[in-house]
Design a protein around this ligand. Structure first.
Ligand code: NAI
Ligand code: 15L
Length: 268
């Protein structure tokens, strides 16, 4: 499948920069947007600086768009005000603009922090109840509910990808379970964009890691087949982090350090 115009939000970010050339390869025009400056547009690209919290700007941004890969937003635990502006108001602005412009499908970068308070000895699936580990995870849970609402009421399809840790390599022992390579991220986004019927589907974003806490069976219809594994990094990662404090909530829970960081603690 080749797309007409895809909108990539969060294009100045870490994952956005990685996905830019990969998405460009599957569409005629790639519209790139972020709050921050981006590399200038090349052939077939459009670059638009916009704040997701700005309703009018987001309405204009979605004009002529066929599908969206929505990576834009606050990506860590920060003040509620910043999270609410980008991930709550920004998400509502995006979905409402997408509905008004007849966009068919959105791939939403949700996060494993939607279920960060499950323990690392539990294997969960997208059907288990959410257990956000902070305001950030809570805002992503809101984004998933928003996607469900826009599917149920308006037939706007979404794949919510609860990304684990999408980095060049796992940074610590936890990420041996949560890691998703950039190539697998591309495979998962492509599967989410092209699967014939998705409604609102939720899938965890991880590679074919030897240890994993997430069972993606309910999302098998997407046809995502990860090709990479964190196992090649295990020896090096375990040597770098030889001892784990088993009393530490960050070691016990799937969300890692997110379960004990954030504005709650800054105010204490
Ligand atoms: P990032 O923080 O590098 O990129 C996010 C981008 O969104 C930034 O360029 C930022 O300027 C932009 N942004 C923030 N607020 C905005 C606003 N109000 N209006 C317009 N743009 C705004 O994060 P990263 O790692 O690239 O992640 C991309 C997405 O994937 C994020 O939504 C993040 O929550 C999600 N995610 C990423 C994971 C990872 O391992 N990289 C794991 C789980 C989720
Ligand atoms: C996320 O949601 C963050 O955006 C990312 O920076 C990582 O920390 C990731 O989760 C993770 O859980 O490793």
């Amino acid at each position: 499948i080749r797309f007409g115009r895809i909108l990539l939000t969060g294009a100045a970010g870490h994952l956005g920069r990685e996905m830019r050339p990969r998405l460009k390869a599957c569409c005629d025009r790639l519209r790139l947007s972020d709050l921050e400056p981006m590399a200038p547009a090349t052939d077939g690209e459009e670059v638009i600086v916009a704040d997701l919290a700005d309703r009018a700007a987001v309405l204009a941004l979605l004009e002529g768009v066929d599908a969206v890969v929505h990576l834009g937003g606050v990506s860590t635990e920060q003040s509620w005000e910043r999270i609410a502006a980008a991930n709550i108001h920004g998400a509502v602005n995006l979905y409402e603009a997408a509905r008004r412009h007849g966009v068919r499908r959105i791939v939403f970068a949700s996060s494993n922090h939607v279920t960060g308070f499950y323990r690392q000895d539990q294997v969960i699936s997208p059907r288990d109840p959410v257990r956000p580990d902070g305001f950030y995870g809570l805002s992503k849970a809101f984004g998933e509910d928003l996607a469900q609402l826009y599917w149920d009421r308006f037939g706007l399809e979404t794949v919510s990808v609860r990304i684990g840790s999408a980095f060049a390599a796992p940074k610590d022992r936890r990420m041996l379970a949560t890691w998703m390579s950039f190539d697998d991220t591309e495979r998962l986004f492509m599967a989410a964009l092209t699967a014939p019927v998705v409604g609102h589907s939720i899938v965890y974003g991880l590679s074919d890691n030897a240890t994993a806490w997430w069972d993606n069976t309910p999302a098998r219809h997407l046809g995502y087949r990860p090709q990479d594994s964190s196992e090649v990094f295990r020896a090096e990662v375990e040597a770098r982090q030889p001892v784990l404090d088993r009393e530490d909530p960050a070691v016990i829970h799937q969300g890692g350090a997110f379960v004990r960081t954030g504005p709650f603690f800054e105010e204490a």
